[in-house]
Ligand binder design. Structure first.
Ligand code: NAP
Ligand code: HSE
Length: 439
């Protein structure tokens, strides 16, 4: 290990980059002590120099010119904190080509282009570290790639998007509208610059892909498993789930079943007494089951400036002491290992929560149960609250009642087939809500 300073450039000085720079500037002695050598911030690259920043950097550090990093042979490490796919990917490749090791928090490019980025890093004898790409401040990449290496992981169940969990928590606790809570998540720095992928399940799915690669050695693409977000959920579903003893969470699942991987990202009913159900606000939780250790849980802040900076800086220290290089070498070898096949989505079995908006008139319930029965879907319980009687002044208006059904175990394929017929029922109104139950 060298005792010369590790010279660092931050590319992207937004929410996370500012947190990273703040710790480097405010705690240089701590960083030197932990890294075994000084860590020197040489450059911080942004798009717009005129933007107000929450941090004051020494003169000459802030620049819009990425070439000042690329062409500076003294800069050893680039901390890549630019979001989205492009030009984030091209920036990362250019940094590797210029001989820089890279720490990144960008799960989107690690999920979409991980194999290509790893290949380029290996070719250039460089290292990529990405602790902050999954679950913010929770050290889950280190856990999987170092601490649990003696195990075959058999199941991952996780809440991986701070923004979605914050929205679900606030909606349920305060009855606040979805859009209002999303705006607050953006202001608090939890959401992506474009929050679409936070709420449509893509961000969670990208993180699940990364965890699946580490845990099972299987490279999965987003199109291989069901991905649904919280954007179509209504407050009523959170209340009905509560009435049934469950809490709705945007859950990521990857489970080894008969040597195949069952995977999905879906709003899911989690029994309210389970640890996962109790994770509130922008927090994340990951449950990992290993064949040696048994079940373990990891929880903490899954988004936000300083928790994410903590994970980024752990990688910076690991780079300085040489641990990140060793981990990367082992990890990229495992990437090439024998993968498990992914179970087709329609074969995955679960209990389900179903909600229908039905016109309140004879035979509607019988029609629904007839279709479900025809597809072999058996009912476990039903909730239909009494609708107010219409007086003669309103007798001609349509009264809609929510009908909530819990099923016994069935497959996603059967439910999909039944839904095709339910969609034809004249007495059902939109939406039809289906959520799996995690027992
Ligand atoms: P952000 O606040 O939007 O900041 C992005 C930064 O990148 C800005 O400073 C921006 O410059 C700079 N930038 C964008 N395009 C650039 C380009 N072409 N060249 C140079 N600089 C460029 O994003 P963030 O929230 O810090 O997130 C950064 C990364 O961390 C993302 O990949 C995100 O997914 C990941 N992450 C975020 C969190 C979180 O809680 N926020 C948690 C975990 C992981 P300007 O400032 O001039 O616009
Ligand atoms: N937007 C992400 C979230 C940031 O809300 O979880 C952490 O990856």
């Amino acid at each position: 290990m060298s005792d010369s300073p590790l010279r660092v450039a931050i590319v992207g000085l937004g929410t996370v980059g500012t947190g990273v720079a703040r710790v480097l500037c405010e705690h240089p002695d701590r960083m030197t002590n932990r890294a075994g050598r000084p860590i020197e911030l040489r450059r911080a690259v942004v798009r717009d120099l005129s933007k107000p920043r929450d941090i004051e950097l020494p003169a000459g550090v802030l620049t819009t010119d990425l070439d000042k990093v690329i062409r500076d042979p003294e800069i050893d490490l680039a901390v890549h904190l630019v979001g989205g796919l492009h030009p984030a990917k091209e920036i990362l490749l250019a940094l590797l080509d210029a001989g820089k090791d890279v720490v990144t928090a960008n799960k989107a490019i690690m999920c979409e282009f991980g194999a290509e980025l790893f290949e380029r890093a290996r070719e250039k004898k460089r290292t990529i570290a990405f602790e902050a790409a999954v679950a913010g401040g929770i050290p889950i990449i280190a856990t999987l790639s170092q601490s649990l290496q003696a195990n075959q992981i058999t199941a991952i169940e996780a809440i991986l998007n701070g923004t979605s969990n914050f929205i679900l928590t606030e909606m349920l606790a305060c009855g606040r509208p979805f859009a209002d809570v999303l705006r607050q998540a953006q202001a608090l720095g939890y959401a992506e610059a474009d929050p679409t992928m936070d709420i449509d399940g893509t961000d969670t799915a990208q993180k699940l892909v990364l965890l699946t690669q580490l845990a099972f050695g299987t490279t999965v693409s987003l199109s291989q498993f069901t991905r649904q977000g919280i954007d179509a959920l209504e407050l009523a579903d959170l209340y009905y789930a509560g009435e049934l003893g469950y809490t709705v969470k945007l859950l990521a699942l990857a489970k080894l079943q008969n040597q195949k991987l069952e995977m999905h990202v879906q709003p899911t009913l989690v029994r309210s007494d389970r640890p996962l159900a109790k994770v509130d606000g922008p927090h994340n939780m990951i449950s990992l089951v290993g064949d040696v250790v048994g079940q373990t849980w990891y929880a903490g802040p899954g988004a936000g400036q300083m928790p994410t900076a903590s994970a980024v800086l752990a990688d910076v220290i690991d780079m300085a002491i040489g641990r990140a290089q060793l981990t990367f070498e082992r990890m990229t070898q495992q990437y090439l290992s024998e993968p498990f096949p992914v179970q087709p989505a329609e074969e995955i079995a679960s209990r389900y929560y179903l909600r229908f908006n039905a016109v309140d008139r004879p035979h509607v319930f019988a029609d629904i149960t007839h279709i479900l029965g025809k597809h072999g879907i058996s009912l476990a319980s039903v909730i239909q609250h009494e609708a107010p009687e219409l007086d003669e002044n309103h007798a001609s208006s349509e009264s809609i009642v929510p009908l909530v059904v819990m099923t016994h175990r069935t497959t996603a394929g059967r439910l999909q087939a039944a839904d095709g017929e339910l969609a034809e029922l004249e007495a059902l109104r939109q939406p039809r809500v289906y959520m799996p139950v995690a027992d």
